[in-house]
Design a protein around this ligand. Structure first.
Ligand SMILES: Nc1ncnc2c1ncn2[C@@H]1O[C@H](COP(=O)(O)OP(=O)(O)OP(=O)(O)O)[C@@H](O)[C@H]1O
Ligand SMILES: [Mg+2]
Length: 497
């Protein structure tokens, strides 16, 4: 094995963005047909490494070799021609085109098509999807597909363009467990076809399932590369952070605390039915369940984005007639969505502006425009509390690493000083150490009397943070558990049974 020339080899690669040294002297190899995972904390340089190899960012120093031959000036088109395909988190698909058009557009002659080419495209798309053993409606508009199927479309496009190495940057971040398993099966198929896959993931349980080798990065440097079989999750966590992180159960008995938010028989057709729950002052209440269980739909209704069709929402005994999310914000309810890319942030705007956006909305009526100095102080305070690594408050949010963007979203809402905080999968894409940081902030808020609802796909996460955990299935609350009384394992069995 070791005598074979690797598909990709980089030597001494460094990348600097202004004052930020994103990559420092990285040597790295990807072998033909291997599944390789890239892990490390938020902002350590994973996405930058991928973009450098894909020709998006020219390195400040170092060399890149493909098939043992140096490629002196790589650009995205050249990288693709050499067989390097990247599936970015936004997937870069054309939402208004069909599956066929998206899959075959790069391998045919571009978007100005004649009928003959259309038939050819169809054949290419059909063949590629058959290779992936994944039936997709070829004529569906990509805009109408769920995220998981858009991803498959992006992978298919890579295959149609004769990929030899496919990078996937956090491909599983917004997938359900079943979809993750399906994606991992596809990764295994690609390997069978001799195509190398490098993926970035913060979920170490997935990594150890499919990858053969793993590379750990920290602060722009490569810590090392290991066969996955030789390192367990705990060791990986240690290599990434330099510290040991462990979860313990924190549940407190909150039954004596006064009720804060009460929901009675809440329903919305096709989404959820007859949901009743009480969130107490200072309580952290988890909601777990499969995707499609109605958790996000319930949250959106509690946040006034959608109207309930039946039932009541009461805040400290007062009926809340929420007509919009503005009403909810005014009542002191904040909602941090799972989808930072489309709901949470205004990417081209500065970090500081993003942070104060929600506060402005809330306070403008009462205080008029907030003085600039006060705004900056508020933004700076939350950046500090959430340990967001930023170059400066004036930098655009788009230049932050994914996990840091997620924390800006959280900071933005915390700055509104909510009484009820609804967190929907708040740690997707956030690394272990910073997850811990977010949990600490949640605990802090709860101690200060804020009621927190935490929606999560990870039972472990709710057990490490919540006083009580509700189980939602098919739009209804079907069970409740106190972490520690019920074990994580039992809860998982209930959900996935
Ligand atoms: N276009 C850019 N301009 C300026 N700085 C950038 C740019 N892209 C990345 N950076 C900086 O480079 C560093 C590495 O970021 P990168 O996105 O590679 O991290 P990451 O490991 O992918 O993190 P995450 O897990 O949070 O996605 C960060 O400090 C980031 O702010
Ligand atoms: Mg990244």
């Amino acid at each position: 094995m070791s005598g074979e020339t690797p598909f990709l080899r980089i030597k001494g690669v460094s990348k600097r963005f202004g004052g930020v040294q994103a990559l420092i002297d990285v040597d790295w190899e990807v072998r033909r047909g291997e599944v390789h995972c890239l892990v490390g904390e938020n902002g350590c340089g994973k996405s930058t490494l991928i973009k450098t190899v894909a020709g998006v960012h020219p390195p400040t120093a170092g060399t890149i070799e493909i098939d043992g031959r140096p490629v002196p000036s790589l650009d995205p088109a050249k990288a693709k021609a050499l067989g390097i395909q990247v599936i970015f988190q936004d997937l870069s698909l054309f939402p208004n085109l069909t599956v066929v058009e998206n899959v075959a557009v790069e391998s045919t002659l571009g978007p100005a098509l004649r009928p003959v080419q259309k038939a050819g495209m169809r054949r290419i798309a059909g063949e590629v999807l058959a290779r992936l053993d994944f039936p997709l409606d070829l004529d569906a508009l990509v805009a109408d597909l769920p995220v998981a199927e858009r991803q498959i479309t992006a992978i298919a496009r890579g295959l149609a363009a004769k990929a030899r190495l496919i990078f996937m940057d956090e491909p599983t971040a917004s997938l359900t467990r079943a979809e993750v398993d399906r994606l991992l099966a596809i990764v295994a198929r690609l390997r069978g076809d001799g195509i190398a896959v490098v993926f970035v993931s913060h979920r170490l349980d997935e990594v150890v399932k499919v990858a053969e080798r793993l590379t750990v990065m920290r602060d722009g440097r490569k810590v090392g590369t290991w066969p996955v079989a030789e390192v367990d999750q705990r060791r990986i966590g240690h290599l990434m952070t330099g510290v040991d992180v462990e979860h313990g159960v924190v549940a407190r008995d909150m039954r004596a605390a006064p009720p804060l938010l009460a929901v009675e028989g809440l329903s919305r057709r096709g989404e959820f039915a007859d949901v009743s729950l009480t969130l107490r002052k200072g309580e952290v209440l988890g909601i777990v369940g499969l995707l499609g269980a109605g958790r996000t739909e319930l949250a959106l209704t509690l946040f006034g984005m959608n109207r309930a069709e039946g039932g009541r929402i009461l805040l400290e005994g007062r009926d809340l007639a929420l007509r919009s999310n503005r009403d909810a914000v005014r009542a002191g309810i904040a909602y941090v969505s799972e989808d930072r890319l489309s709901l949470g942030l205004v990417l081209p705007q500065s970090i500081g502006d993003n942070l104060v956006l929600a506060v402005m909305r809330r306070l403008k009526n009462r205080l008029g425009l907030m003085p600039q100095a006060r705004r900056r102080a508020l933004a700076a305070e939350w950046v500090e509390r959430l340990k967001v690594t930023i170059p400066g408050l004036d930098a655009p949010v788009r230049t932050l690493s994914g996990g840091n963007q997620q924390r800006v979203v959280l900071a933005k809402w915390l700055a509104t000083r909510p009484r009820v905080l609804i967190l929907d999968s708040p740690t997707v894409g956030v690394d272990i150490k910073n997850k811990q940081g977010i949990y600490e902030v949640v605990a802090d808020l709860a101690r200060g009397g804020v009621g927190v609802i935490l929606i999560s796909d990870e039972v472990a996460e709710t057990f490490a943070t919540c006083d009580r955990v509700l189980h939602m299935r098919a739009g209804r609350i079907v069970g409740e558990a106190v972490p520690g009384v019920v074990s994580e394992h039992e809860m998982e069995e209930r959900i996935y049974a």
